[in-house]
Design a protein around this ligand. Structure first.
Ligand code: TRP
Length: 341
């Protein structure tokens, strides 16, 4: 058999209408620049190119590593504002809440029958989350949520999933579930592909991976002053000459990388330009780059924040659309499984 290995990027460019993107986030707090360069930017670019965009607000998934999801309404409002500020188009994208789509969850039952317990236990992202969990015991939801995530993707026959590196094991689970379902019951699902951003993992203000729980993140919704304060307090080192050497100098290089991404420039050039002017000058450069970059997003965010009624309508419309799609897919699944009575 001849396999034509045309790169994914080229296939998207040639036929954007053949792709439906499904991706999303847990509503656990404000999105930050790591989310933006890791996946949000990709989503906005794919939307611009004309792929169908479905975005899940994964509220059930919040319960994987904590007992209760508090203040969900506020957090979801904030997440919707971050999405719209980043450039998701409420006219084109379908944004919906996990818990509002019952038929999606029914897919979880047959899907769970398609994976083994050792497969669930091997998932490196789940293992990592268990290691960092704030719970004393691990719930069943923690082990099964990657299969749940397969339902999130497959309910709408999503075939393209732009995510960060940590989500790639879940894409593998989804591909396995889709293949096994199709083999066992007949062809219902596409086998989706993950799309990684080309930006390497973004460091936070302490040189480690940017993440809200590490307290080293710059939120998209941060004010210019908050941003300046966070960057001023960032970790650097004793060497005055600024270079871009991620392995040897994670703190300084993280800052250089952040400025480079915001400026759309090569990090080595940004570092060379600061050169002997030292860390204080580097921090001013980064602060200015980040604040200029975020300015249009902040403006859009403020405008939408004045009209939360509209923002919640976006979600309600998305929920209705997601339900119609999920009902249709569940009908196909029940037919394939012979459970139509
Ligand atoms: N697991 C993702 C996160 O931690 C959120 C998510 C839920 C998701 N369902 C998804 C991502 C489906 C991509 C596709 O942010």
């Amino acid at each position: 058999m001849i396999t034509t290995a045309i790169p994914l990027e080229e296939r998207i460019a040639a036929a954007p209408q053949d792709f439906r993107v499904l991706t999303g986030d847990r509503p656990t707090g404000p999105l930050h620049l790591g989310h933006y360069f890791g996946t949000l930017r990709n989503r906005v670019e794919l939307q611009r190119r004309g792929v169908d965009m479905v975005v899940i607000v994964a509220d059930y998934q919040v319960l994987t590593d904590r007992d209760v999801a508090d203040r969900l309404v506020e957090t979801v409002d904030g997440l919707l504002l971050d999405y719209l500020a980043a450039g998701l188009d409420p006219e084109r994208a379908t944004i919906f809440a996990h818990s509002a789509v019952p038929a999606l969850h029914q897919l979880l039952l047959p899907f769970l029958s398609l994976v083994s317990v050792p497969e669930l236990q091997r998932n490196p992202t789940v293992k990592d989350e268990i290691a960092h969990s704030r719970q004393s015991t691990v719930s069943g939801l923690m082990f099964t949520y990657p299969v749940h995530q397969a339902a999130d993707i497959l309910f709408c026959k999503g075939n393209l999933v732009p995510v960060g590196q940590d989500q790639m094991p879940h894409i593998e689970v989804t591909r396995t579930v889709a293949r096994r379902f199709n083999e066992r019951y007949g062809p219902v699902f596409p086998v989706p592909e993950g799309l990684l951003s080309d930006a390497p993992v973004l460091a936070g203000t302490d040189g480690r991976k940017m993440s809200k729980s590490r307290g080293n993140a710059i939120a998209l919704s941060a004010t210019p002053d908050e941003t300046a304060r966070l960057i001023r307090a960032a970790t650097t080192d004793a060497d005055r000459h600024i270079t871009y050497e991620p392995e040897r100098r994670p703190g300084v290089s993280g800052l250089v990388h952040l400025a480079a991404l915001c400026l759309g420039r090569d990090p080595h050039d940004v570092a060379a330009e600061v050169g002997d002017a030292g860390a204080a000058r580097l921090k001013r450069t980064v602060t200015e780059a980040v604040n200029d970059f975020l300015a249009p997003m902040r403006e859009r965010r403020a405008a939408y924040a004045k009209d939360l009624g509209f923002v919640r309508d976006v979600l309600r419309t998305g929920n209705a659309r997601a339900n119609a799609i999920a009902d249709q897919t569940l009908r196909e699944v029940r037919e394939a499984m012979g459970t139509v009575y």
